[in-house]
Design a protein around this ligand. Structure first.
Ligand code: GTP
Ligand code: MG
Length: 359
């Protein structure tokens, strides 16, 4: 899973990126500090594989991961070359979801590119630039497809879809994928438009505003609903990222927070993208794997190795909570709570899975 971080310059994108990934990207108090994209990988915290690790006395505990991409800030007119332009958006065409960072803190020492704190105005500026960037891309595709359609009739339908999308973008809106047939939706997804990606917002607030929504956050939430807004204090996250687990929990408690910003970002991203984690456990490795909700057992097996998908025989599954209650794998089998599932089984979150295969 890959998440792209976007927003205006100097709103705290790289600070948040660093806190989340500990990647040490440059962040500084001037617009366009980031030029080349930063990429960082984070482990998805999952207590379950740690517990399983103890149960199996395992050699290795391997979490599933999320990749974050931090890019340069966008400004009004980026599509016409203002600021750093919009070419760098190509780096987020491949992400699964977009995290849009919006400045909701006041600090006269930190420059705001338009001179005032106005989250909704900022957000509209960015959204317009995203639409314009997609429009450029669609225009190029239309040119190509039109030429191709002269010789190849099957391209005519693609051309119609592209023209329809163009009209929607020109009206300043995001295309609504629900309005298209399944085939068309697949085609549209293959275009890698930024405007059709799932998006959530990160409101960067000051340390003092982390518990209670300030006016900027309240406004933002009401205007983007039902999209999710995660309130984060980049400054707090920066501090959290330097602490070990125990210190971190103590600090969170002191602040009155239940979870870190990273945990909340991961939670929202999982929900937005409809993801679940299934688990594998054994003496060599206990591991979490991410799949989309609705994924069937063989495809999930393919995450581990294509051979296991190809030669899939069956999956032996114990629900995590049941396994813990039983106390061990042997006990779970004895009690008959380990299920045998076939190739049509739909994987569930927390399935502790052993795949039988034959190639
Ligand atoms: N007071 C305050 N300052 C912050 C906060 N978050 C970030 N900053 C400061 O804002 C400045 C810009 O932060 P960056 O993380 O570099 O911002 P960016 O969005 O990556 O900026 P570009 O790369 O230029 O687009 C830095 O000096 C940060 O220390 C915050 O929550 N409160
Ligand atoms: Mg930056």
């Amino acid at each position: 899973m890959k998440i792209g971080i976007i927003g205006l310059p100097n709103v705290g994108k790289s600070t948040i990126f660093n806190a989340l990934t500990k990647a040490g990207a440059e962040s500084a108090n001037y617009p366009f500090c980031t030029i080349d994209p930063n990429v960082g990988v984070v482990a998805v915290p999952d207590e379950r594989i740690v517990v399983l690790g103890k149960m199996y006395n395992t050699k290795k505990v391997t979490p599933t991961t999320i990749e974050f991409v931090d890019i340069a800030g966008l400004v009004k007119g980026a599509s016409k070359g203002e600021g750093l332009g919009n070419q760098f958006l190509a780096h987020i065409r491949e992400v699964d979801a977009v995290a849009h960072v919006v400045r909701c803190f006041e600090d006269d020492n930190v420059v705001h590119v338009s001179g005032k704190i106005d989250p909704f105005d900022d957000l509209e500026t960015i959204n317009l630039e995203l639409i314009l960037a997609d429009l450029e891309m669609i225009d190029r595709r239309i040119d190509k497809t039109r030429k191709a359609a002269k010789a190849d009739k099957t391209k005519r339908h693609s051309l119609e879809v592209l023209e329809k999308i163009k009209a929607v973008l020109e009206s300043g809106k995001r295309p609504d994928l629900e309005e298209y047939s399944e085939d068309d939706r697949e085609f549209i997804k293959s275009l890698q438009m930024i405007c059709t990606k799932p998006v959530f917002y990160i409101a960067n607030v000051s340390e003092d505003d982390i518990l209670q929504d300030n006016q900027f956050v309240s406004e933002l939430k009401s205007k983007v609903a039902p999209a999710e807004v995660i309130k984060i204090s980049a400054k707090i996250e920066e501090e959290l990222s330097t602490l070990d687990d125990d210190e971190r929990d103590a600090f969170l408690e002191e602040l009155g927070l239940e979870s870190s910003g990273l945990d909340r970002v991961i939670h929202v991203a999982y929900r937005l993208l409809g993801l679940i984690s299934f688990l594998t456990a054994g003496p060599d490795e206990c591991r979490a794997w991410t799949v989309k909700k609705g994924t069937k057992a063989p495809k999930a097996a393919g995450k581990i190795h294509s051979d296991i998908e190809r030669g899939f025989i069956r999956a032996e599954i114990t629900t995590y909570d049941d396994l813990i209650a039983a106390g061990s794998e042997a006990k779970a089998r004895e009690m008959g709570i380990t299920r045998i599932e076939g190739k049509d089984y739909v994987m569930q979150d927390g399935d502790v899975t052993f795949f039988r295969f034959n190639v």
